[in-house]
Ligand binder design. Structure first.
Ligand code: NI
Length: 172
């Protein structure tokens, strides 16, 4: 078990677009287990590889047992979004202590691969859908802050920078 350091906004790596995973080996499986350990340790419900400094298109989620417990998602591609929208008060392990309402499609369908490279599909609803879209945004360098007004985004980023300068409590 390894707990990986989580990058915090406005770290430039969080703005990078991640590359597809092409090698499905034991090292990849271990990295994904470490990501799950890191997510649980930080009391998060989702974590993208980008957030721990790995520029690959993969993420982990666990929004509860009723939604299937731990999900490991590699190379996800959206195949369908519902017209119905829903709003959720989102937070992010890379934007500690700040939360804001974000409106997204209520349901999403994706294709993805598991750690062996095998293809799967997932139809996500409710919190799982919100979490999945949030984590998939990370793969393209998008934070939930980017869905807010620029005024609100700037305000939150300024506070984060101030906090990071004040003390080393945040994981950089
Ligand atoms: Ni996040």
């Amino acid at each position: 078990m390894a707990i990986l350091p989580i990058l915090t906004a406005p770290h430039p790596f969080l703005k990078k677009k991640a590359a597809p995973v092409t090698i499905f080996d034991a090292a990849l499986a271990q990295t994904l287990r470490d990501m799950l350990d890191t997510m649980y340790d930080a009391k998060g419900i989702g974590l993208a590889a980008v957030q721990v400094g790995i520029g690959q298109r993969m993420l982990v989620m666990d929004v509860g047992e009723e939604d299937g417990g731990a999900h490991i998602i590699i190379n996800p591609v959206i195949t369908w979004l519902s017209e119905e929208m829903s709003s959720y008060n989102e937070g992010c392990l890379s934007v500690p202590t700040h939360y804001s309402d974000v409106v997204r499609p209520a349901e999403v369908k994706i294709t993805y691969q598991d750690p062996t490279g095998a293809p799967h599909t997932l139809h996500a609803r409710g919190l799982l859908s919100t979490c999945l879209q949030h984590e998939m945004d990370h793969l393209d360098g998008i934070l939930f802050l980017d869905h807010l007004s620029s005024l609100k985004r700037t305000m939150i980023l300024r506070k984060l920078v101030k906090k990071q300068k004040a003390g080393g409590a945040l994981a950089l």
